[in-house]
Structures are given as C-alpha cells and as structure tokens.
Design a protein around this ligand. Sequence first.
Ligand code: SFD
Ligand code: AMP
Length: 636
Amino acid sequence: MADFKTVVVKTDLLVCGGGMAACGAAIEASYWARQHGLKVTLVDKAAMERSGAVAMGLSAINMYVDLNGGQNTVKDYVDYVRNDLMGITREDLVANIARHVDSTVHLFEKWGLPIWKDKDGKYVHEGRWQLMINGESYKVIVAEAAKNALAETGGQYFERVFITHPLMDGDRCVGAIGFSTRDNTVYVFEAKATLVAMGGAVHVFKPRSTGEGFGRSWYPPFNSAGSAFFTLYAGAEMTCQEVRFIPVRFKDAYGPVGAWFLLFKALATNAEGKDYMVENAAELAKWEPYSRAKPIPANLRNWLMMLDVMAGKGPIYMQTADAIQRIAKESPDEKTAKKKLKELESEAWEDFLDMTIAQAGLWAATNVEPEVKPSEIMACEPYFIGSHSGASGAWVSGPSDLQTDATKSDYFWGYPNMTTVGGLFAAGDASGASSHKFSSGSFTEGRIAAKGAIAYVVDHNTAPQIDPALVESLKAEILKPLSTFEANRGNTTDADINPAYIRPRQFMYRMQKIMDEYAGGVSSQFKTSGTLLEKGKELLAFLRGDAAHLGAENLNELMRCWESVHRMHQAEAHVNSIHFREETRWPGYYFRTDKPALDNKDWLAFCNCVFDHATGEWKMIKRPVKYLVGIGSAAK
Ligand code: SFD
Ligand code: AMP
C-alpha cells in the first residue's frame, strides 16, 4: 500500500462542508473573525461551485418571509412549519432563521442571482414563501462569495477532502480528520470550534432507480450522512431521526413539482383523472388537527396520493397540459394567448433545466410536450434532509432572546446552534427540528451558527489538546480498507467475491435492501411495524460487524467505504427512532401498521438519541415539544 503523508492544519473555526449552510457560515464567520484576528477554514469533499444539493442549480428560493413587504410575520412562518411537521418542531430555531432569511436573499441578488421580477419590479412569487429564480448558476454565485470572504480575511478552503471523523479533546470537539480523494494525504484539522454542514443523506434506502438509472435520485448522491455520523460519533444528541422526507417527483428523473403545484396551479390526478385530494378527503379526519392546516401538510398530500396508488388507481399524473392551456386561455385575445402559451412552455422546460436537467432529457427522450400531455409523478425513496420537509439532525441550542421561562431549560444552552457537545455547531441539513429552511434558510442558519461559533472561540480561546495516539489510531482505521483489499485481493479470481472483505458497493446494496424491506422503503409501500423493525435491527447488527471488513481498491473506493459507514449510522439512528416513536404521525412519509394512529397524548414529543461509539449502544430520549407564544411582530 502506498504511503500516506499527514498534513496538519491549525485554525480557529473549522467549517465542514461547502454547501449552502457552509457558504453562509464562511461569509459570516469571516466577518466576525476579522474583528477578533481569528482564522476560518472550510473543507468540502467536492468542489464548492458544484457541490451539495444545489450543484445543478435550483429554480426557486423556497424560503423568503418578506417581512418588509408587510404581508407575513415570523409567526406566520413558524405556524406553517409547525403544521407541516404535524406539530413537531422547534419554534425557536425556525423563528430565528425566519427573522433573518430575507437579508440572505437580498445578498444573493446583490451577488448576481437573477430573481424573477414582475412589471412593477416586484419579486415573482411561486407560492406564498417561494420566489422564482433563474438559478442554474445559483451555487456558483454563492460559492464565489464564500471563497472571496475567506480569501479577504486570511481564511483557507480545501476541496476534494473527505471528512471522516471528529477530533475530541475530552468532551470538546476540536476539529476533524479526513483524507484527500486525489492524493495520498490524511488531513488533521485542529480547531477551537467546528461547524458541521455536510448535508443530509441519500441512498440509505434502496432507490427506485436501478440498472441503467442507478444512482439517479432526487437528493444529491454525494450527501452521504457525513453530518449525522460526525455529530453522532462526537456524542451529540440527535433529534427527529425518524422524520425522513419522501418528495413526490416527476417519475424516473425526479423533476420537482413545486412550480407545477404553486406557480401553474396544476392538478395531480389518478389515472381516471380524479383529484385524489378531493376523492380521499375523508381520510383527513384521522389526522386532525394538522390536516385542517392550509396548506395541508406535505406528508398528508403524499398519503392521499398513496391511497390511490395502493387502490390500483395509478398511474398518477401531473396535469401539465390542463394547467398550461388554462393559464394561456386567461389572456384577453388569441394572439396574446399564443404568446403566453410559448412563454409557459419555456418556463416549464426551464424549471427542469435550472435544477433537474435529467428530467428535461427524459421529456425529450419520451416525446413529452408538457402543454399537450400530462406526466407521471411518484413518491421517491426516503431521504434524510433536515432543511426541507424532513427534520433529522443534531439537537442544537436556540437563541437566548427567543426563549420563554418555559422553554429555556430544554432549548437553550449558551451559543446559538451549538450541539450538546462543546465547540460543535450544526446548520442546514445537519441541524434538526427546524424544517423548511431550504437553500436560503440553510445559508442563513449557517450564518447564525458561525456567529455563535466565533463567540465560542472568543470565550474558549485555548489551543486544543489532541492526543497524537488518537490521531494515529484514527488514521489507521481510516486507511484500513486499502490494506484489507491489498492483502487479500489475490485470493480470488473475481475481486468482488472474497471472504476476507466486502466492497462498498455490495455493502450499500445490503444496507439498502434491509432498509427497503424492514424500515418502510419503496417496495414495502413505506410501511413498517415493530416486529419488522426488530428484524431490521438484527440484520443491521450483522452489517455493522462486516463494516470492519470493508475493502477499497483506490482512493475513490476508500471514500465509498466511509460513505457506507456514515450511511449505516444514519440507518441505525432511523430504525431506532421509528421504533421508539410508538405511533404513526407522518403517514405519507412512513406508516407503522402496528401503531396506525396519531397519539398526541404520549407522542407530541421529540424522539432524540445519543450514540456511544465505544460500545455501539444507542440511548433513546423523549424531549418535550414546547411552543413559543407571540413570536414576530404581530401575533396573527
Ligand atoms: O424545490 C462533505 N432544495 C431547494 N431549496 C430551495 O430554496 N429552492 C428549491 O428549489 C429547492 N429544491 C431542491 C432542493 C434540494 C434538492 C436536492 C433538489 C431541489 C433536487 C433544498 C436545498 O438545496 C437545501 O435545503 C440546502 O442545499 C441545504 O444546505 P446544506 O448546506 O445543509 O446542504 P448542501 O447544500 O447539500 O451541502 C452539503 C455539503 O457537504 C459536503 N459534504 N464535505 C466534506 N466531507 C464529507 N464527508 C462531506 N459530505 C458532504 C458536500 O460536498 C456539500 O458541499 S426543491 O425541488 O425542493
Ligand atoms: P417541491 O418542488 O415539492 O420541493 O416544492 C417546492 C416548494 O413548494 C416547497 O416549499 C414546498 O413545501 C412547496 N409545495 C410543493 N407542493 C405544494 C403544494 N401542493 N401545496 C403547498 N405547497 C407546496
């Protein structure tokens, strides 16, 4: 095996990840770091211009509260998020992001992001909270600003360095260790505070795409539970690990539906052309009071659709043609109607070209003219994304000024967005119980967390003490798959089949099959039960045993090995959490057949968990849901 050199990087604040939250963190941290003579360092496993969920671009900014416009208050946003998550949310965290998000959006525009404007120069809304953008280069624009901020303040960024583990000094997190995916280098980042923003997780569950489409998913394949593993391994308390997200998307290429539902006001119907939201409306009575909210929570919208799928009424269609023709017909005369039709047609294509190019390719390949015929939609495999309509992530401290006497003992411990581990902060998909942040809110939360982290460094400005033996043992553990493969590859004629090691692809297939069949994936119609989960846990324990025998042929496969280990921890956290919550709260995301109803008496609570990596034990914790009263400028 080739030798690896070790590079030690000393910094004050380490930002792990280079996505929306990390870019927000880099910019805000650089501002405060300059004032205190501190250094900020950012590490991304990919190249920041095209990394994370926004790599391909986006066609909307989904969180804009427009406080200056006077139409909405912070409380309105909090109400929306609480209802959408069936009552389970940290209002202090959501409100903190909501009161700051507009300024983030204005920065994006200042840096060159084209936001659609109407003839009066006002932003074009997709829906109440969403703005339309020409967003193919969204991430390029945001990454450039983050890189500039770091460069101007003596900061540093590393790309194509994969973070594997946290480094600890007793109970305090003091940096991270990882390796280059391009050359034989192990990186040791020593920091006084560490901010985790490595996104959520995909491919924990078996995807719908197999064979030629394998790897295609809604969520970006490069987000592989790095955040969840990092915070779990450091001993941080996690929350909402049961709250997976199942988006409904255009079938096979995973194109988004938001613009169709909100901007074009299209209907989704079953194969008979019936609106499942109307046909199955009686079901909503079972999920009150949340089902009375407007909009009806995303998981319930999914659920009403799934009822039709299970009743054999598929395919389900987005009625694109009806929507486009209806809007065009609203024009005053035939000539304007024709022009409008062309405009709508190009907006429909741009929606996909801006953020899910494969869907435009699939439309072209299957002769779809959206103004002529409808397209199939379907529920995707489950994802872990605390920033969208899921909620999984670390349990973090809220801001001091938004606490009440009732909340502060549970929700506040000093620095905004610090996890339960000293010096370890989380934002974006990495922090939990604060859904509907999306791209703009994640960037904003990165700013909030970074400001908190710099305050922590100022208060704890001591050099970390890192045991060299700890670094050596982690380095050996990280590189072990390479030597396992090298030592045993000659023992079989087919390198994929070898009793001495398991390659990461086989490992991933096995994990995905367990999750799919026992934890309510696509092929189980998103249903599971206590007994299925127990069996799933038994099989995941065998998987964990085999994780020690992962084998890697090269650096790329070494990254795949560690992605597998990270995902395995996300899988375990998920299975333990759905098992712990003895009710069904989010039908449409998952359904517990043995506990088929809401139980607000016992389970209007957070399911939290802590992992002990030394023993492999999970501890489950129930935490109270406490609502704030009268947040925002006007309590509507
Ligand atoms: O509508 C490591 N999202 C949308 N948000 C919007 O505002 N508008 C939209 O139009 C959106 N749409 C959308 C969205 C997401 C996806 C996947 C699609 C479409 C197809 C949501 C936002 O994108 C999302 O909320 C934010 O991006 C979340 O930000 P953050 O920072 O939590 O995650 P990230 O941006 O994915 O970045 C993760 C970073 O971590 C790196 N990384 N680095 C080092 N070591 C490791 N081990 C690492 N593992 C990961 C990544 O490289 C990346 O830099 S709509 O369709 O929903
Ligand atoms: P999506 O493309 O599904 O990610 O949606 C983009 C944005 O629109 C998110 O803020 C969603 O919560 C919202 N959204 C999508 N569909 C609907 C709907 N039918 N009703 C209300 N909001 C929706």
